[in-house]
Design a protein around this ligand. Structure first.
Ligand code: GLV
Ligand code: MG
Length: 335
């Protein structure tokens, strides 16, 4: 389906180029901050050089009676800081909430030129993206915003997962998608009380063998949804992200969940606690052994075609492409 380019009305010659021309940025972590808290905003200058993306959260986890303070706090934080190469995002309230319209109107009016991405929660279908897309186009035109504001959808309802492919191609304004495991668990009727990660009871039993105890393996609750999201995103040139991991006391489990997402094709994850920033930096980067092997493949097949053996393993055009993904990422991190 060819989409109409209604998303941005250039006001003059020299207006911004289509979104796909924007530079690809490193986004290993989207770091959430609650902007209604003075002490949090005071730490933003120290955080900026440590993270790839800083996000002012206006939605869940912000109390209903603090929504206006959070919006104003985000605007103040955006105005007060130079973000350099760090992305500035906000997560606005849901489309069916009383706050979304004012979130967008006030933020684009005040700091539209500094805002890179609007994260939209509880997206159920392409119609939600169309609405945000039209609204942003009007607000950009009204306020003469010179850089197009991108949209990132959270995949966190059963209906959203059912419509994931249609959401992924709903607008050229889309940046990517994140899995929201907490809302998705509720929407699906899952019997859990967690924010992401596994569950000790979600497991398979190995076959019984006489004389030995039966082994039992915990499974990844999110494998299916991450895989669907990655396919929908990659098919449309978007980036996929794992969302939150709520047990801050379990760094090993956070790392394991992030690593599954990385291996399956995600570009990054949310970090809700400063301790998760280093975990994301380590996980969403290929390790030295992988990079060295990828570079052996690229060197052995300079034009990316044919078949060669390296360390006893067959390589061909397809492994050359895998190696290129790893090498490109390693170069971006080193730059
Ligand atoms: C995130 O918003 C989630 O619901 O997991
Ligand atoms: Mg949520």
């Amino acid at each position: 389906m060819k989409l109409p380019r209604r998303f941005f009305q250039p006001l003059a010659a020299g207006a911004p180029q289509p979104y796909r021309d924007l530079p690809v940025r490193l986004e290993r972590m989207i770091h959430f901050v609650p902007p209604h808290l003075d002490k949090v905003r005071a730490k933003v200058p120290d955080l900026i050089p440590q993270v790839d993306v800083i996000l002012g959260n206006l939605e869940d986890a912000i109390p209903a009676d603090m929504k206006l303070e959070a919006r104003r706090g985000f605007i103040a934080m955006a105005k007060a800081n130079d973000f350099g190469g760090t992305g500035l995002w906000t997560r606005v309230n849901a489309l069916n909430s009383p706050w979304l319209l004012d979130d967008l109107m006030e933020i684009v009016a005040e700091v539209g030129d500094k805002l890179d991405v609007v994260m939209v929660p509880k997206v159920e279908g392409p119609w939600d993206i169309h609405y945000i897309d039209q609204l942003l186009a009007q607000l950009e035109a009204r306020h003469g915003v010179s850089k197009p504001i991108l949209v990132h959808a959270i995949l966190e309802t059963a209906q959203g997962v059912a419509n994931v492919d249609a959401i992924a191609c709903a607008s050229p304004r889309l940046h990517g998608m994140s899995l929201g495991p907490a809302d998705l668990a509720a929407s699906r009727g899952m019997k859990t009380t967690r924010v992401g990660g596994g569950h000790p009871d979600y497991r398979v039993l190995a076959d019984a063998t006489e004389g030995t105890a039966r082994a039992s393996y915990q499974q990844d609750l999110w494998h299916y949804t991450i895989a669907r999201m990655v396919d929908a995103c990659q098919a449309n040139g978007l980036k996929a992200f794992y969302g939150p991991f709520g047990d801050f006391s379990d760094a090993a489990a956070c790392e394991a969940q992030f690593r599954n997402a990385f291996l399956l094709g995600c570009a990054g994850a949310w970090t809700l606690h400063p301790s998760q920033i280093e975990i994301a930096k380590q996980v969403f980067a290929p390790d030295a052994g992988e990079i060295a092997f990828a570079r052996k493949i690229l060197a052995a097949m300079p034009d990316g075609t044919g078949a060669v053996m390296i360390d006893g393993k067959m390589q061909d055009d397809a492994t050359w492409k895998q190696a290129k993904v790893i090498d490109d990422l390693a170069r971006m991190i080193a730059a």
